[in-house]
Design a protein around this ligand. Structure first.
Ligand code: DO4
Ligand code: MG
Length: 283
């Protein structure tokens, strides 16, 4: 089952999609008016199952304009959770003797978690992502993103693009916020796949197209994640409260070769099994 955030006639609304049909969830009850009211419930997943029969009274027809599945949630991100990310980052920061940080955090009990975006800076499906104009080496990072309730439970999954500057991060690890947080550096969508409580591995694929030609493609699986999604969510919620819920990226396992850098005009498509495809143009 998928939860969609879409542009309704009177502002953003939530919809539920099941077996090829889409229903206006926000019309069912006030707690489904927004993502923040839904994620504030004590059991958002159970609430959707309870609302399913009533939602069938509010079918939606035609194409919906999908919005990023975020309204008042902060977006946080985990790093160096896949071996591929650790190796690539150790190489990129070798000359600045920063490589050891990545090695240690990969095996440490405490994961790397950093602030990625305030909700207003997130871009949605088919919106433009950006590369920093003061960065010479830029990459997309395709990541499984957890949608977390106010109490920290995993409500669902969506796709995140943690667009990053590798030249700025590689120059000095203290520049991480500048490498990670800037206009157009965080994309989310297209939908939330509602959690069914299972932890089945999911295939993640990324394809980058330039002038109609594929210039990079890669794939991985969440089976390669060194930590479990619940462990990562648990660390985020240790000493932070999120009244409207939160989004947590789980790290990248796909890193293009070192001679690859994103260019304006490229299209980045990220596919995750069971969720869909998040596609964005680089502006
Ligand atoms: O350590 C820096 C960031 C790592 C990251 O974003 C990732 O592994 O996905
Ligand atoms: Mg990342």
């Amino acid at each position: 089952m998928h939860i969609l955030r879409f542009a309704g006639e009177n502002g953003p609304r939530l919809a539920l999609s099941l077996d090829g049909e889409t229903y206006n969830l926000s019309a069912v009850a006030p707690e489904f008016a927004a993502l923040s009211t839904w994620l504030a419930l004590s059991d958002p997943v159970a609430a959707i199952h309870d609302a399913l029969p009533a939602s069938r009274n509010f079918p939606l027809q035609g194409e919906l304009k999908l919005l990023a599945p975020v309204d008042a949630q902060e977006v946080w991100a985990c790093g160096v959770t896949y071996l591929r990310s650790k190796v690539a980052r150790m190489e990129e920061s070798e000359t600045q003797s920063g490589g050891d940080f990545y090695d240690r955090v990969y095996t440490a009990e405490r994961p790397e978690i950093f602030f990625k975006s305030s909700p207003n800076r997130v871009v949605g499906p088919l919106d433009a992502i950006r590369i920093r104009r003061d960065s010479s080496w830029n990459v997309p990072e395709p990541e499984l993103a957890l949608v977390l309730s106010a109490s920290g439970s995993i409500v669902g999954y969506t796709i995140g693009n943690d667009v990053s500057s590798r030249s700025i991060e590689g120059e000095n690890p203290l520049y991480l916020p500048q490498a990670k947080i800037y206009d157009g550096s965080c994309a989310l969508g297209p939908v939330i796949s509602l959690s069914d409580g299972s932890t089945t591995p999911q295939r993640i694929e990324m394809m980058i197209t330039r002038n109609g030609r594929r210039v990079f493609s890669g794939e991985t699986s969440t089976a390669q994640l060194r930590r479990t999604p619940s462990e990562l969510a648990g660390y985020l919620f240790k000493e932070l409260t999120f009244a409207a819920g939160a989004i947590l990226f789980t790290g990248t396992g796909i890193v293009p070769p070192d001679d690859f850098s994103l260019q304006v005009g490229d299209t980045v498509a990220i596919m995750i099994e069971g969720i869909g495809t998040l596609e964005n143009l680089v502006a």
